[in-house]
Design a protein around this ligand. Structure first.
Ligand code: C2E
Ligand code: CA
Ligand code: CA
Length: 700
C-alpha cells in the first residue's frame, strides 16, 4: 500500500490511514476520469477508481490484485504491449489513444497517460494510469474535419470564385478565383484581399470588411497582370475551424456588363438606318431644350412622314421598303448640319431637331430643302421610285416645352400638311390641332364606351418551343365601337392614358382577365398558365393600384402566381422608389412581373438588377429585323444573355416567321409570342385553340 500513499494529497493527511484512504477513494470516484495504479514490475492492479473498473466491467474492490491483461482482455493487452514496454524501458510518461468497447457495447475513444512513480527515489515502483474519455471531443473534431472537407470539395468544385479571409487577410481561396485573378494558391494566402481590387475601390472594400456586414455589392477586381474585372461580391460570415471567417463569393460579371453596354448602345439606335431612335431622340431633344432655355433660343422639331411608303412596302416587299428607308435616312442626314438631330421614330416616321432655330422663314427653307432632297427619284432593284415627305413643324418654346409635346404637336402639324396636298410642310398652331380634335372625339366616345361596356379582351398565347408548352397568355383589349367597328388599342389607349377614364378601363381589364383565368382553371390542365395584363401608367401610378390587384385576386379566389403584369421601362422612371415598393408588394403576393417592349430606349439597367422582375419581353421591332439586320440579332442576343445572367426569362414579341422563330430558339429565348403561333383571339377561340392541342405552323 506504500505506493498508494504517494498519491495522497498532503492536505488530506488527517485522521486515520483508513479514513484517508476513504477520502482518497471518494475524490478518485468523483473525478471525471478513470484512474488506476499498477505495480510496475508485475502489472498487477493496486488501485482503481469506480470509473476505471466500470470501463472494463469490473468492481473497484475486486479489481485490486488482478493482472492488467486479465482486466483489459488479451486483445487489448496485446494492443498496448508496445506502450507498456516503452514505459518500462524509458521509465518516463507515455501517452496514447485507443478505441475500446465499453461494457454497454459502445465504442469509446480514450486517451491514456501512464505516469511513473519512483519509490524509493530512482527505482520505478508504480505506474499510474489516467484515462480520459475523449469520444465526444474526437467526434466533434471528426465533424469539423468532415465539414471542412465538404467545404473544400465545394470550393474546388464551385464554378464561382470563393475567398476566405480573416480581418482582410486571405486564409483560403479556390482554384476558380486563383485563375480569375491570376495568383497561385500559395501566393494568394496571407495576402491582403485589398490587393485583389483596383486601388480606387480599396477604401470601399475596406469599409465593408470593417463593418462585418453580410452584403452583396459590385466592385472591380484586379488581375495580377493589371486587367480590371468587374465582379459581383457576395459576402457572408461563418465559423470555420472555430474562428469567425468572412467568405466572399466572387462572380465575374464581364459578360453581363458587356451585354448591358451593348444594349445601352444599341438601344439608342435604329438598327435599320443607324439613326438615333426615339429614346435617343428624347434625350438629345431634352438636352437641346435645356440649352435653349438657358440661352433664350428656339428649337424646331420637324416631324417627317413619307407619303406613299406603305404602297411601296406592300407592292414591292419589305426589303425594298427597308432600302428606301435607308436611302431617305442618308438624304436627310446629308441635307442637314452636323449639329442637327436626325432620328427615326419607327416605320416611315422621322424626326429632325434644329437646336438653334431663329426665324420661321429659315425653318421653312430647311423644310423645303428636306422635301426636295427626299423627293429625288430613287432606283432600288431596278424599280424607279419616288416618295415625298410631309412635314409638320413645332417650335420650342411657343408650341411646347417638352420633347414629348413638341413631337406630338409636330405630328399634328404633319397631318395638316398631308391633308393639304402632301409633299408639303406646315407649322403647328393652336387651331390646327386636328389630331387633338380627333382625340377629343375619341375621348368623349371613350367615356361612353366605359359606361356601355364596349370593350372585349383578346388573348394571345405565349409558347415555349423547347418544351412545346403553353407558358402564358397575354390579354389585349379591343374596343367594339358601334359605328367604327373594332378599334385597336394603339388608337385609343394613348387618348385614354391622358385622362382618368383609363382607370375604369384598366380595372375592367384586370377583372375580366382574372374572371377568364378562373374559368380556365376550372376547365382543366391544358389551360393552366398565368394571364398577362398590360398596365397603364395611370393605373400603375395610382395610389390604390396594388390594393386593387390584391383585392381582385381575392374576389376571384386566385393565387397571385396566375397573374403577370406587363409594364414598360418608362413607367418605372417616374418615381423609382414608389415603383420599387409597389412591385415588391406584388411580387410578395406571387404576381409575376414582366418588362414590356424591352430595348426601345428607356432602359435603365439599374432597374433590372434592383427590381423584382421575372421576365423581359423583347420588343417587336428587334424581332422584326432579326433575320436581316445584324444589330437586331446582336441586341436580341445581348438582351437574352443579360436576362439569363440576372435569372430572368425572355419572351420575344411579334414573331411572324419561321426564320425568326428559329433564330430566337437558337439564341435561347424562353418563350415566343406572335402571329406565327397565333393572333390575339377572343376567349372562346383561344380556349378551343388550347383544347385542340395548341397547333401552329412552325411546330415540329
Ligand atoms: P403590346 O403590349 O406590345 O402588345 C403586343 C401587340 O403586338 C398587340 O397589339 C398584338 O396584337 C401585336 N402583335 C402580337 N403578335 C404580333 C405579330 O406577330 N406581328 C405584329 N405586327 N403584331 C403582333 P394590340 O393588341 O394592337 O395592342 C397594342 C398595344 O396596346 C399593346 O402593345 C399595349 O401596349 C396596348 N394595350 C393592349 N391592351 C391593353 C390593355 O388592356 N391595357 C393597356 N394599358 N394597354 C393595352
Ligand atoms: Ca404587352
Ligand atoms: Ca410589347
Amino acid at each position: 500500500m506504500s505506493a498508494l500513499q504517494l498519491t495522497i494529497n498532503p492536505s488530506a493527511q488527517t485522521g486515520s490511514a483508513q479514513s484517508q484512504l476513504e477520502q482518497l477513494r471518494l475524490v478518485a470516484d468523483t473525478l471525471p476520469a478513470q484512474i488506476a495504479l499498477y505495480e510496475a514490475g508485475t502489472m498487477h492492479c493496486l488501485f482503481a477508481n469506480k470509473q476505471y473498473a466500470q470501463l472494463y466491467g469490473c468492481d473497484e474492490k475486486k479489481i485490486v490484485g488482478m493482472h492488467l491483461q486479465e482486466i483489459i482482455g488479451a486483445a487489448g493487452y496485446q494492443a498496448i504491449q508496445p506502450m507498456i514496454d516503452e514505459f518500462l524501458r524509458t521509465e518516463a510518461a507515455v501517452n496514447y489513444e485507443r478505441v475500446v468497447q465499453s461494457p454497454d457495447g459502445q465504442q469509446r475513444t480514450i486517451e491514456v497517460t501512464l505516469t511513473p512513480h519512483f519509490d524509493p527515489p530512482g527505482q520505478l515502483s508504480t505506474c499510474c494510469v489516467l484515462i480520459s474519455d475523449i469520444t465526444r471531443h474526437r467526434e466533434a473534431q471528426r465533424r469539423v474535419k468532415e465539414s471542412e472537407e465538404r467545404l473544400s470539395k465545394f470550393l474546388d468544385a464551385s464554378a464561382e470564385g470563393i475567398l476566405f479571409h480573416q480581418g482582410g487577410f486571405t486564409t483560403d481561396i479556390n482554384p476558380v478565383l486563383c485563375r480569375m485573378i491570376g495568383y497561385q494558391y500559395d501566393e494568394a494566402i496571407g495576402r491582403s484581399t485589398l490587393e485583389f481590387v483596383v486601388p480606387s475601390e480599396r477604401a470601399r472594400v475596406a469599409a465593408v470588411i470593417a463593418s462585418g456586414k453580410e452584403v452583396n455589392y459590385e466592385t472591380i477586381a484586379l488581375h495580377k497582370d493589371g486587367t480590371q474585372i468587374p465582379v459581383e461580391l457576395i459576402v457572408r460570415s461563418l465559423v470555420r475551424e472555430g474562428e469567425i471567417t468572412r467568405m466572399t463569393i466572387v462572380r465575374d460579371i464581364r459578360d453581363r456588363r458587356k451585354a448591358q453596354q451593348q444594349i445601352a448602345r444599341l438601344a439608342l439606335h435604329d438598327p435599320l438606318t443607324g439613326l438615333p431612335n426615339r429614346g435617343q431622340l428624347l434625350q438629345s431633344m431634352s438636352h437641346c431644350i435645356e440649352i435653349a432655355q438657358l440661352e433664350n433660343q428656339r428649337v424646331a422639331c420637324l416631324f417627317i412622314d413619307l407619303d406613299n411608303f406603305k404602297r411601296v412596302n406592300d407592292s414591292l416587299g419589305h426589303h425594298v421598303g427597308d432600302e428606301l428607308l435607308k436611302i431617305v435616312a442618308g438624304r436627310l442626314r446629308r441635307t442637314l448640319r452636323e449639329s442637327d438631330v436626325v432620328s427615326r421614330l419607327g416605320g416611315d416616321e422621322f424626326v429632325v431637331v434644329l437646336p438653334d432655330a431663329h426665324e420661321s422663314a429659315d425653318i421653312g427653307k430647311v423644310a423645303g430643302k428636306l422635301i426636295e432632297a427626299v423627293s429625288e427619284p430613287i432606283t432600288i432593284h431596278r424599280h424607279l421610285l419616288s416618295v415625298t415627305p410631309s412635314i409638320g413643324v413645332a417650335m420650342y418654346p411657343q408650341d411646347g416645352k417638352t420633347a414629348d409635346t413638341l413631337i406630338k404637336n409636330a405630328d399634328a402639324a404633319m397631318y395638316l400638311a398631308k391633308n393639304s396636298g402632301r409633299a408639303n410642310y406646315r407649322f403647328f398652331n393652336a387651331d390646327i390641332s386636328q389630331a387633338a380634335y380627333r382625340a377629343f372625339l375619341l375621348e368623349s366616345e371613350l367615356t361612353e364606351a366605359v359606361r356601355r361596356q364596349e370593350f372585349a379582351l383578346y388573348f394571345q398565347p405565349q409558347f415555349d418551343c423547347k418544351a412545346n408548352r403553353l407558358v402564358g397568355v397575354e390579354a389585349l383589349i379591343r374596343w367594339k365601337h358601334p359605328q367604327r367597328g373594332m378599334v385597336n388599342p394603339a388608337e385609343f389607349i394613348p387618348v385614354a392614358e391622358g385622362h382618368r377614364m383609363m382607370l375604369p378601363i384598366s380595372r375592367w381589364v384586370l377583372n375580366e382577365a382574372l374572371a377568364m383565368q378562373k374559368h380556365w382553371r376550372a376547365a382543366g390542365n391544358a389551360m393552366q398558365c398565368p394571364v398577362a395584363i398590360n398596365l397603364s401608367s395611370m393605373q400603375f401610378n395610382s395610389e390604390d393600384f396594388v390594393a386593387e390587384v390584391l383585392q381582385a385576386l381575392q374576389v376571384h379566389d386566385l393565387p397571385g402566381a396566375c397573374l403577370e403584369v406587363e409594364l414598360t421601362e418608362r413607367m418605372l422612371t417616374n418615381d423609382a422608389p414608389a415603383s420599387a415598393a409597389k412591385l415588391a408588394e406584388l411580387k410578395r403576393a406571387g404576381v409575376k412581373i414582366a418588362i414590356d417592349d424591352f430595348g426601345t430606349g428607356y432602359s435603365s439597367m439599374v432597374h433590372l438588377r434592383t427590381l423584382p422582375i421575372d421576365r423581359l419581353k423583347i420588343d417587336r421591332s428587334f424581332v422584326n429585323d432579326l433575320t436581316h439586320a445584324r444589330d437586331a440579332l446582336a441586341i436580341s442576343s445581348a438582351i437574352i444573355n443579360l436576362a439569363h445572367s440576372l435569372g430572368l426569362e425572355v419572351t420575344a414579341e411579334g414573331v411572324e416567321t419561321q426564320a425568326q422563330c428559329d433564330a430566337l430558339n437558337k439564341l435561347g429565348c424562353d418563350a415566343l409570342q406572335g402571329y406565327l403561333i397565333a393572333r390575339p383571339m377572343p376567349a372562346a377561340e383561344f380556349e378551343a385553340w388550347v383544347q385542340n392541342g395548341c397547333v401552329w405552323a412552325g411546330q415540329v
